[in-house]
Design a protein around this ligand. Structure first.
Ligand code: NAD
Ligand code: ZN
Length: 237
């Protein structure tokens, strides 16, 4: 019987809501590699470029809607009596808008701005390109509250603590390319936890999972949630 679940989600769960994964479009944005925009070095070198990229994505996600995969996880969250943690690499708010509550954003959130002067993170929906003042200290030092490549993901201690309590680890819509998220399946295996991958195609870490199902998240996730709720979620592929 499964009682404690850790779920890791990536850009793939939001793909059917119309939010591009970084690999879509060949990994390029205005001729820049996305990895070259999403770094602290890029922000230091060319803050306008980085602000334009995130202003565009922040605006875009607000017009998108959760899909049945987000809905199914929200339903699981609402009724699951055991422990549950939805660790998301996504910086969109589609888990929350679907109604999920036990969500941890390990890579930050588009809808927050982080003031590097006073260190406060404020809810944010507007562009940052014109350097608006921080609502707390008025300094014009706001940056996207996004964990860039080379920065430390948020709340790893909480994630590992949840994993130690878990008996099922499920990875949904993530390529297995971005660490430390990509290493969580191996951490789970070392802890003796059952592991399941739900992804459009085999991820880079697919071989680490006990079981893997491949297809669109909007179909795989609702089907899996129904199985878990029926008490069959830990029974392999
Ligand atoms: P990723 O590394 O999480 O890879 C996306 C994975 O999703 C791929 O393996 C792909 O095969 C799979 N996928 C695509 N469509 C799918 C579908 N319909 N159903 C199931 N699986 C599907 O994501 P990335 O784009 O390589 O991004 C790397 C980093 O940037 C991560 O931190 C990621 O979460 C973040 N990012 C976040 C968002 C967002 O918040 N929505 C969007 C882009 C990138
Ligand atoms: Zn401030």
């Amino acid at each position: 019987m499964v009682s404690n679940i850790v779920i890791l989600t990536g850009a793939g769960i939001s793909a059917e809501s119309g939010i591009d994964t970084f690999r879509d479009g060949g990994g390029l944005w205005e001729q820049h590699r996305v990895e070259d925009v999403a770094t602290p070095e890029a922000f230091a070198r060319d803050p306008d470029l980085v602000h334009r990229f995130y202003d565009m994505r922040r605006e875009a996600i607000q017009a998108k809607l959760p899909n049945p995969a987000h809905g199914a996880l929200a339903r699981l969250d609402a009724v699951w009596n055991g422990r549950l943690l939805i660790v998301t690499q996504n910086v969109d708010d589609l888990h929350e808008r679907a109604g999920a509550r036990r969500v941890l954003h390990m890579h930050g959130e588009h809808l927050k701005a982080w003031c590097t002067a006073c260190d406060v993170r404020s809810p944010w929906r507007e562009p940052l390109i014109d350097r608006p003042p921080c609502p707390v200290c008025q300094s014009r030092s706001l940056r996207p509250d996004i964990v860039w490549f080379g920065e430390m993901p948020y709340r790893m201690g909480e994630i590992y603590a949840a994993l130690r309590e878990a008996d099922l680890f499920v990875s949904i819509g993530t390529s297995g390319a971005v660490y430390p998220a990509a290493g969580l399946v191996r951490d789970a295996r070392e802890l003796g936890i059952e592991t399941l991958e739900l992804n459009l195609e085999p991820s880079q870490g697919s071989q680490w999972f006990h079981a893997a199902r491949h297809g669109p998240a909007s179909e795989l996730v609702p089907a899996w949630v129904e199985e878990v709720l029926a008490g069959a979620g830990n029974s392999g592929p």
